[in-house]
Design a protein around this ligand. Structure first.
Ligand SMILES: [Zn+2]
Length: 172
């Protein structure tokens, strides 16, 4: 037998919506009850696709509102976002240093802040063209550590500059 709910799904949904609209306090109370929060969490965990679908639908219907909210959120938390991004970048750089044998110039042994990743075969321009800017290269080489070891080395600014000058004088 088809249940009342199945037969009148849309009607029930609409009535629930109307009721929720007319009783915001009760909805609030229901939503802040720890038992219901747990239930909701459990439901979301068990129905990840449904949850995503709901969010996608909501976004499609309220695109401008969502974008505006995101923009305000970003503005409000700009500093913490930027700090997080900075920490992430630093963490990624450290991981690449680890892959390449540590935070130390392989030529002169310098340890300090003026270190960088240097293209052994001077193909940095090609990497920029194919992979992209330094952030994209960082991401790429973290995911291709063997290639990183073949193509990159840790150099200090001084050795980097010296190599550049030597290269230039040999070309002219
Ligand atoms: Zn050096």
């Amino acid at each position: 037998m088809v249940s009342y709910y199945d037969k009148n799904k849309e009607l029930v949904k609409q009535r629930t919506k109307d009721w929720q609209r007319d009783n915001p306090d009760k909805v609030k109370e229901y939503n802040s009850d720890p038992i219901n929060i747990e239930k909701k969490k459990e439901y979301v965990k068990n129905n990840p696709n449904k949850r995503k679908q709901t969010l996608d639908n909501y976004y499609a219907k309220n695109k401008e509102l969502c974008n505006e909210r995101n923009r305000l959120n970003y503005q409000k938390n700009r500093e913490s976002y930027l700090l997080k991004a900075k920490l992430k970048l630093e963490n990624q750089r450290n991981r690449l240093y680890d892959i390449l044998g540590g935070k130390k110039c392989v030529k002169c042994g310098y340890v300090g802040l003026a270190l960088n990743f240097e293209h052994i075969n001077n193909d940095g321009a090609q990497d920029r063209k194919i992979i992209g800017n330094s952030k994209k290269q960082l991401y790429y080489y973290l995911n291709h550590p063997e290639e990183a070891k073949q193509k990159l080395q840790v150099y200090c600014a001084n050795c980097n500059w010296e190599k550049e000058l030597t290269l230039r004088s040999s070309q002219s």
